[in-house]
Every structure is written in C-alpha cells, then in structure tokens.
Design a protein around this ligand. Sequence first.
Ligand code: ADP
Ligand code: ZN
Length: 433
Amino acid sequence: MSQYFDPAEALARPELAKLQAARLKTTVERCLAAPFYKKALAQAKIGPGDIHTVDDIRRLPFTTKDDLRANYPYGFLALPKEKFVRLHASSGTTGTPTAVFYTKNDLDAWADLMARSMFAVGVRPSDVLQNMSGYGLFTGGLGIHYGSERLGCLTIPAGAGNTKRQIKLIRDFGVTVVHIIPSYALYFATKLAAEGIKATDMPWRIALIGAEPHTEEVRRRIEELLHLKAYNSFGLSEMNGPGVAFECEYQNGMHLWEDAYVAEIIDPNTLEPVAEGEIGELVMTTLTREGMPLIRYRTRDLTRFLPGDCPCGRTSRRIDRIAGRADDMIIIKGVNIYPMQIEQVLMSMPEVGQNYVIELFTDGVMDNLRVKVEIKDEYFEEDMRALTGLQKRVSARLRDEILITPKVELIQHGSIPKAEGKAQRVVDLRGAE
Ligand code: ADP
Ligand code: ZN
C-alpha cells in the first residue's frame, strides 16, 4: 500500500488505545507550558502522571470556545512564539473568531492527515485537484491545498466564486477532483446547466464536500447533478481544519483519525458520555499537535459514533454526518427543530430547486418559521392552482417532520443570493419585522 495509507489507520483496537494513551500523556505534558492549561490543570489537580489509559481523559477539564476567546490570542500556546509559522482563524460563523497557531511540525502532520483522507476516497497522485474553497484565514483553502500537494496531485488554487472561470479551469486542465462547499456545489450545478454544459462532459470524478452541515439528500443531488462521487469531509480550525474525519470509498460515515485525535460524544447538559450510538456533542482532543494542543474541546457539533466495522479495513471509528451545531437549534412553539430536518424534507422533493432559506419571524406574539424555497423552473411555470397544491404539500411534509406547520413561500430559482463561503440557512428576523 502507499504511504498515504498510514498503518495507524488499521491498528487493532488495543494497540490504538495504547498509542492514544501515550500520546495523551505527552499532550498533557505539553499543555503544562500553555498559560491556560497550566492553570486549568492545576485547578483540576491533574497532570501527565495521572494518565495511564485513554479513559483517563475523562478526568481532564473541558475546553470551550469561550475559553479560546477569553485567552485570545496567545493563551493556548505551548511553545515560544518564534516556533510558529502559520495562523488560521475560524470563519466566525457563530461569533468572534478564534485563532489557531501551527508550528512546522504541526503543518506537516496536518498535510499528512489530509493526504491520507483524500487517498481514502480514491484520490491518487495522478489526479488534478481544483480547490474551490476560499483561501486566506479559512482552513479549507491552504489545508486542502497542502494535503493535495503532499499526496502528489497537480493542485489548482482556484479559490471561491467566479463560476465561469472555475468551469474553464476544470475543462482546460482536466480536473478530476474538486473540493467544494456543498451549497456551492448545488449552485454550481445550476450554473453549468445555464451555460448549456452537460455534467457528463466534465472531466471530474470526485468531489470532496464539507465545511457545512448537509444532508444525505444533498449529497445525492450533488452526485447526480454533477455526475461524480461526493465524499463528506469534516474538520474545524480548532483541530487544524479539514482532515479530522473523512469518508472512505464506502460512504458509510466518516472515519475519525483516532491516532491524531481522541473523540468523545457527550450529553451537553450532563457532560457525561452518551449511551453507545446516541447523538451528542462531539468533544475532541489533539494527540499530535505540539504548538497548540487542545484538550477535550467542546465542538458544539452534534453527531454519533456509527456501529460496526468498515469493509475498507480501517479500524478508526466512524462518525455520522453532523446533524447540526448545538447553536443551530431553533425552538418554535416549544418544539426543537434543526435546519437539517428541514433540508432533508425539501431536498427529497423533486420539484424543489437547489436553495432554500429558513426565516424566524414574529407572527403577532408568537415566533414562527417561514421557509423560502426555490422551485425548479419547469414547476414554476405551472398555473396558480398547481403551485398552491405544491406549497401545501411542502408544508404538510415539513409538518410531518418538524411537528409544526411553517409558512412556505415558493420562489423562483436564483432568487436567494448565494453566500460567499458557508451558506446561511437560518435568518432571524424576530424583532426586525
Ligand atoms: P466556524 O465555526 O466559524 O464555521 P470553521 O471554519 O473552523 O469555523 O468550521 C468548522 C465547523 O464547520 C465545524 O465545527 C462544523 O460545525 C462545520 N463543519 C465542517 N465540516 C462539516 C461537515 N462535513 N459537515 C457538517 N458540518 C461541518
Ligand atoms: Zn472505511
């Protein structure tokens, strides 16, 4: 096998546990040099000498996004500043951004994880990879870029936007792999169609999609519309960026690279581990990072471990696609709703186009939901009666899923402005209307 199948991916579980324990101990040692952890570990009265097995992780304190913000910018550095060669920042989707710093070794280890992730879905050195995510502070730019170069692919740093130019690059250079945010991939499909280009005439065969929550329905649409295989890619800047968990060719959940991270899934209220296979908050610890190790970082992302072995032979556990962020939960009329539940319904209806937005508004004194959904042109041209019927059907299907009846507005495709970067699925208009 190639060097991009790391033997660590297929370790027997007891061997992996040993490796994790040793690396966890080293991580705690390193943390003693970081101002935040020096204090936190002293308070918790725990040190590297207390770590014997990986389960001892449960004795360590959690780290939250607020801790990162409160100790911005240098409070988490475990090495002198001159050792660092790069910084990234989270996209700030949910508030003030946080900064993450990398040493040369950290960048090296990250590129390896990325190369390994791409190899797992069949990317090979002979591939030409076009990275269509924004470069700059966002980790989806340079993270994917260096991973792709590490694997040996000809790498095109196209960046985000400018769909026409993207199409030209893909055709001119015979691009076989694209890295693209799922909401942009759907938009891209409508642009291709508008240009009169058939997806079957495109040279690509693989899309790496990630960076934002999306449903299985969206993946299927992307695969059909673009005529390629789309693989889910998960990461977050606090854990380097992409390359934390990645699907393999079997598309049955994302292998989480357990030789580089310890993952726990907890109940966000009790902070205890959830029962086997239940959904909870993903908590992550870095095992190989030297410059800015993080212990038990509460990601706010909701997922679960998937049961069973993967036919690919990798033994690292798989997580389910992210159900959403804890912060994304909408509470309307006492009911908890996640945007992905809405997406799942919409994207399973053939009349529905490639974009939608959920608005929260005040209806008299009550909060309510409005779902604006783009309809494919051929349906939009139907008469009023047909459209009203469709609107009722969308509304009823949503009701079955989310248990309240939202207002549904059918709109023409292309009427929702395309966000640069991650799609904003929920707009809160309460108090604004
Ligand atoms: P921000 O939190 O500001 O968006 P990042 O750019 O670091 O900053 O994004 C990381 C977050 O993006 C993750 O915590 C998760 O919520 C989301 N994310 C990344 N990849 C995926 C994916 N494949 N599926 C769902 N959500 C994802
Ligand atoms: Zn697998």
